[in-house]
Write a protein that binds this ligand. Structure first.
Ligand SMILES: [Zn+2]
Length: 87
C-alpha cells in the first residue's frame, strides 16, 4: 500500500468503511460519499494522486444523480471537483 499523503510515514490501509492512516495521524477517506460506494482503487487514487477521474452515481441531497471528480483539499478532506466549462 502507498504511503499516507498526510504524514508521509505510515502506509495506508483500506477497511470496510474507507481508507485511512493511523489514529495518531487521523487521515481518513470514507468509502461512501453522497450515496456512492467507492472502490479500493478509487480511494487509493484519491489518496496518492490527490484527485480521481470522473465518478458517476453520486446522489445530491435533493435526490439528483450527478458525476464529479473527488479531490483532496488543503486539509486532506475529500471534496467534489466539478468539470468547468471552457470557452
Ligand atoms: Zn498518515
Amino acid at each position: 500500500m502507498p504511503l499516507c499523503p498526510k504524514c508521509k510515514q505510515q502506509h495506508l490501509r483500506t477497511f470496510e468503511k474507507g481508507l485511512g492512516c493511523t489514529k495518531e495521524c487521523g487521515f481518513v477517506i470514507w468509502r461512501t460519499i453522497a450515496g456512492k460506494k467507492l472502490t479500493d482503487a478509487q480511494l487509493i487514487t484519491l489518496a496518492t494522486k490527490g484527485i480521481t477521474s470522473e465518478i458517476k452515481g453520486f446522489t445530491s441531497k435533493a435526490g439528483k444523480e450527478f458525476s464529479a471528480k473527488l479531490k483532496l483539499d488543503g486539509e486532506m478532506k475529500a471534496v467534489f471537483e466539478f468539470a468547468t466549462k471552457k470557452g
